[in-house]
Design a protein around this ligand. Sequence first.
Ligand code: SF4
Length: 372
Amino acid sequence: MKIPEWPHPSRLEKTSPAGFESLLSCPLKGFLDTVPSLPAHRVTHPKALIGIVCHDMLRRASVGAYDHIDPSEIKQVLREQFHQKCQHLLLSSVNASQSQRYGSPENWPGYNIRYYRLQASALQTFERRSTNTNRSDMSNVDILAERELKSSNGRLVGRPDRMIYREHGDAIIEDYKTGEIYDGNELRAHIRRQMLLYTFLCVESFDVHNVTFRVIPMNGVVYEENVDLAEAVRFGDSVFDTLDSINTSLLEISRGEKLFNELAQPSAESCAFCPYRNRCDTYWSSMTTSNGSFLDVEGRIDSVSSSSHYTEIRLTSTSSGQSFVISAPITFYDSHLEPSQRIRCIQLRKVGESSTDIFTEVYEDTTIWWSL
Ligand code: SF4
């Protein structure tokens, strides 16, 4: 891990429904996501890579990419493709240290269970398509798969997974999801916002009067809504106001009137898996994150003690004032660690489960201990 330099605060000319969601949850993260040179610092979990593969294969099943395959061979083809696509992502994610650490995709946590869920869902789509005898009667229908749609001012672009456009201005937009889509009985708020933006793009790109949106989960019940077009247009317009406001901040940063950290908007949901948190001072000064058995904490060292096997660091958190004890094998002991020094611990295991693979780095006046 190397602490990345802040990039040039270039103006955001456009965004996508997913990019807008990222800007809404944290403008700093949303902006950094657009910088091509930064992905090298991203830590991608195998679960995220499997999610990308599942989404891609479901979309392919929905547009008929497997229709030509003999039903007796479909499972084998799906299995092989799943493995090849995971392997390809592994090879192309050289900086995805968590995935690299597990090695071959078969060793990734959740590999088999996610595959079998995908297989069940893809087979359903395959069977539905092979028994659909009406497919020849679709002369008045356009099916657009992953076609890029643009708002009239070019500032919002997006590719719905599939769009079915009928004569007389009727459209159906379909979006495939690999995760949970409901919060109780309601569609999750961020998915609904995406739905409104895809509808807005559809209204801006075609002569439509009626849009039905379908969210198709890998497991569970399909969500369908006849979208209120006026609501979609209002929400679409709000994207441009948000872009304008962030661009004003970026201009102030470029003039030295504001700091990048002032764009940050920490929250438990956004920060937990944020790849930029090692550089984000606002995060460290405002949050201590406990994610499963892992802990992110920044604080001042109260004491350092070593036994023959372990080094134990007691520290007081900058954000909460809570006390923590971090322990690591003695081999990681750094004699430069002293009381009152600032230390940032990234993804360390909580006390009682000593981390075994800690790396040390120094950033300005802060020592960083991080673990995979
Ligand atoms: S760590 Fe949190 S506050 Fe900082 S950039 Fe990431 S999401 Fe934003």
